[in-house]
Design a protein around this ligand. Structure first.
Ligand code: HEC
Ligand code: HEC
Length: 334
């Protein structure tokens, strides 16, 4: 009886175990109860992620701005949306995006599902439904007419036509699979010192101890997922107030989400407004203790003086934060 019981328990545990990619050594990703992961949704979400037909003018896919070659960002200081609309912020990387409790630089979206609908009907994808531009509903109606999609709709949702909420659920499920499973950084944190060169190992010690960058770029994901004012763009005529716009809390003025530093060497330019062209420039701002302003987070960020040799090591560490992965563009249904 005891044996049967424990076998049963094991089977249940196996059924519940995440078959989806996870960051080794990190907490399990929290998946919303109303959008469980399924192979069908991930497959459909992947197609939608690459499909420009979702955007208002057919010019942009999610992938256009969150590209793999640019560390899953777009390489622009600030993103250029559908209808060539210049947006106010730069496109963040998608690495490990499913682990974040709040999305966007200011954390205004509480879930990936909500974020998708925001991006779709906003400036990024331009399906605003205003000024003669198609709405998200109109775009979904067009998708539903593409015969090649129907088998994917069937597999994901057991229906021939989907709603915008279904599309958002599928896109969210796909994004939850963009996980840095294989990276020198994870190997290093799992105890494999040789995953990094000697110079990068020295750089890690400086990052962690002398410069205390881990005060915010902490843990396996290299972010505390919190919002800090490090002074970027605060000298503008009308500064972007970041997190404050969401919380209306004085201490959040000019605070932005700590970005992960994975694939950082490939994701120039840097900061929410793309104001640092090179990694050296971005690191110099951080080593300088950020940019002075009334709300600067001086608790976590202090000026640190490094020798040129130490700085080289720090940069070598940052450049080693690569991710090994292959993303192949799917052939889109017609
Ligand atoms: C024109 C470029 C562009 C397109 C197209 C675009 N995005 Fe983005 N994306 C951005 C920008 C810019 C931000 C940051 C906006 C902000 O923080 O206010 C962002 C933020 C995000 C975030 C939050 C990232 C974080 O770190 O919190 C996710 C997730 C995301 N986009 C997914 C998508 C998906 C899914 C699509 C397709 C439906 C899409 N994006 C289309 C530019 C784009
Ligand atoms: C107070 C918390 C904090 C500390 C400490 C900190 N950072 Fe940051 N870092 C941030 C935030 C927040 C941003 C985004 C700022 C923005 O764009 O407005 C950022 C952005 C960056 C970026 C640009 C990332 C991108 O994708 O655009 C780099 C590179 C960086 N930090 C490196 C470092 C280094 C190196 C150190 C240590 C010398 C450090 N940071 C210390 C909070 C911090």
């Amino acid at each position: 009886m005891k044996l049967i019981y424990s076998t049963f328990f094991l089977a249940v545990a196996t059924l519940n175990a995440q078959p989806w990619p996870q960051v080794p050594g990190y907490d399990d990703m929290k998946v919303p109860a109303d959008n469980p992961m399924t192979a069908g949704k991930v497959e459909l979400g992947r197609l939608l992620y690459y499909d420009k037909r979702l955007s208002g003018d057919g010019s942009r896919a999610c992938y256009t701005c969150h590209l793999k070659e640019k560390g899953l960002t777009d390489g622009e200081p600030v993103a250029i949306g559908a209808y060539n609309a210049k947006l106010t912020r730069s496109a963040p990387t998608m690495w490990n995006i499913g682990y974040y409790p709040a999305l966007y630089w200011d954390g205004r979206a509480p879930s990936l599902e909500r974020q998708v609908l925001g991006a779709w009907s906003g400036g990024n994808m331009g399906a605003t439904g205003a000024n003669g531009r198609p709405s998200v509903d109109a775009k979904v109606a067009e998708l539903n007419k593409i015969a090649g999609y129907q088998p994917y709709f069937q597999k994901a949702f057991k229906k021939d036509a989907i709603t915008k909420e279904d599309a958002a659920a599928a896109l969210a499920a796909f994004m939850r699979t963009i996980v840095s499973v294989d990276s020198p950084w994870v190997k290093f944190r799992q105890g494999d010192k040789k995953a990094f060169s000697k110079e990068a190992q020295r750089g890690w010690a400086i990052f962690d101890q002398k410069a205390k960058c881990t005060g915010c770029h902490d843990g396996r994901l290299l972010t505390d997922m919190q919002f800090h004012n490090v002074g970027i763009g605060m000298d503008a005529a009308t500064p972007d107030m970041g997190r404050f716009v969401v919380t209306k809390d004085e201490k959040d003025k000019g605070a932005f989400k700590t970005p992960t530093l994975l694939e950082i060497a490939n994701s120039a330019p840097y900061f929410h407004n793309g104001s640092a062209k090179t990694l050296e420039e971005a690191v110099d701002v951080m080593l300088g203790g950020g940019k002075k302003n009334q709300w600067l987070d001086t608790t976590n960020l202090k000026e640190v003086k490094l020798t040129p040799k130490e700085k080289r090591s720090l940069l070598a560490f940052l450049r080693s934060l690569t991710v090994n992965y292959t993303i192949t563009e799917p052939t889109l249904p017609q």
